[in-house]
Design a protein around this ligand. Structure first.
Ligand SMILES: [Ca+2]
Length: 444
């Protein structure tokens, strides 16, 4: 047990910090304190000294101790509000058991659970397979896919099942579609997959991002249903200097979230449905490259997570018709170290992210955990990280982040994470020899 002074100081902690966590804070102290302690004192003594040091620093400093991630790339930038970045580190989680259920998946990207025993998985080079969740066996690639441009970050990307899939057998795929003149862009197709069939039927392209561009980067793209059966699609801005600017132009589909009906038609209450001040499918704009999105289970609002440049990954709750700032405002800097634009983080008429990371987590997909196997995580946001890898867990207080933890770093690059019908967490690792893994509490 820590000294009683630590318990007193712990009473000033954020509500999500249990009093008994004070000893665990030692690794999360400011970098100039913890390493010194680690080098100079036995762990138990370090905890006692840390408790005293934290008391000296005061409850505020203690509450602010974030996940240790290294220095920001843009150290002069300041958050717009408290806990917009570097939220307090959560206490260490109980150990996890990680099972490699299926292997030999080449850069798997999207995962959709069909029933308790079966899922569909996309592989970025352009394959769609069934996986038996019990045995881990993979089907041969399913035929009938659209033509796909699998260069660079492109390829077959997300998959989602129709909310009424059990009856209509419809599924939806996002992918990089080759266009004229060596260009490409993101597209969404829907098709039918009969039970046990190895062939998609009735493939129809329901959305095409425009303008196309000769780029192999920033295709987005996640597919998320809203509560009324409309489909959100997240779209990248193609990364190059010229199309990047078009993220600010609501008449284009670059750097956007769009919302469409399942047949590709435009919902009448889309913010630019009339097409005069923006393109009719646009939901929100000023995004960079969104590869993660989920509907909040209580509010029914779309949440998205997007790759920033060097620094500046963002968690947003995109509202209809609003501008999320890229590339005018951002937390982070260009890979060259130069500022993005004027190097500003806020501007009138542009929305702030509810949370950002610098250095980045390079987010894949994310999910609001509602499963039964990790009861302490109910309602938390679980995010796939490509770099540094593993998973990121955020606790939430409404639309604010109250705590952050890093999990399962041994997974390396993670592209997708979902809760399965069994209540466990399932993830896809991003590798040439990628895997479908299942994460459970280690009850040993
Ligand atoms: Ca932004």
């Amino acid at each position: 047990m820590p000294p009683s002074v630590s318990l007193h100081s712990a009473s000033h902690l954020a509500p999500n910090m249990a009093p008994n966590m004070a000893p665990h804070l030692a690794p999360h102290l400011a970098p100039n304190i913890a390493p010194h302690l680690a080098r100079t004192a036995a762990p138990r003594l370090a905890s006692r000294i840390a408790g005293v040091a934290l008391l000296a620093l005061g409850g505020d400093a203690l509450a602010q101790a974030p996940v240790p991630t290294g220095s920001p790339n843009a150290p002069d930038q300041r958050p717009a509000f408290a806990a917009q970045t570097r939220a307090p580190a959560l206490p260490a989680s109980a150990p996890l058991r990680i099972e490699r259920v299926a292997e030999g998946l080449e850069y798997p990207w999207g995962l959709a659970f069909v029933d308790n025993d079966t899922a569909l998985i996309t592989e970025r080079p352009g394959r769609l397979r069934r996986v038996d969740l019990r045995s881990g066996s993979l089907s041969a690639p399913i035929g009938g896919l659209p033509e796909i441009d699998a260069r660079g970050q492109g390829g077959l990307l997300d998959i989602t099942l129709d909310p009424d899939f059990a009856r209509n057998r419809r599924l939806y795929l996002s992918y990089a579609e080759p266009r004229e003149g060596g260009k490409n862009a993101t597209a969404v197709a829907r098709a039918m997959l009969a039970p046990g069939s190895q062939q998609l039927d009735e493939l129809t392209v329901i959305f095409r991002q425009t303008p196309a561009w000769a780029s192999t980067k920033h295709f987005g793209s996640r597919l998320v249903w809203d509560t009324q059966g409309r489909l959100y699609v997240t779209l990248g801005e193609r990364s190059l200097p010229e199309p990047r600017q078009l993220a600010q132009d609501p008449q284009t589909y670059l750097g956007k979230v769009v919302r469409i009906q399942p047949d590709g038609s435009i919902p009448a209450d889309n913010p630019f449905a009339a097409g005069q001040s923006g393109a009719p499918a646009v939901w929100s704009y000023g995004h960079r490259n969104i590869q993660g999105a989920a509907l909040h289970p209580d509010s029914g609002k779309l949440w998205t997570i997007e790759h920033g440049p060097r620094g500046g990954d963002e968690l947003n709750v995109p509202l209809a018709g609003q501008n999320y700032g890229w590339p005018v405002i951002t937390y982070g800097e260009d890979y060259s170290g130069a500022p993005i634009g004027e190097g500003v983080t806020a501007r009138e008429g542009m929305e702030q992210p509810i949370y950002y990371w610098d250095p980045v987590i390079a987010p894949g997909d994310m999910t609001f955990y509602q499963g039964s196997r990790f009861p302490d995580w109910h309602g938390d946001l679980i995010i796939a990280s490509l770099s540094p890898g593993g998973l990121v867990r955020l606790t939430l207080d409404g639309e604010r982040v109250s705590g952050e933890a890093r999990l399962a770093s041994e997974l390396g690059r993670v592209r997708d994470v979902d809760a399965g019908p069994d209540g466990a967490l399932w993830a896809l690792t991003d590798a040439r020899d990628g895997a479908l893994v299942r994460l459970l509490p280690d009850t040993q």
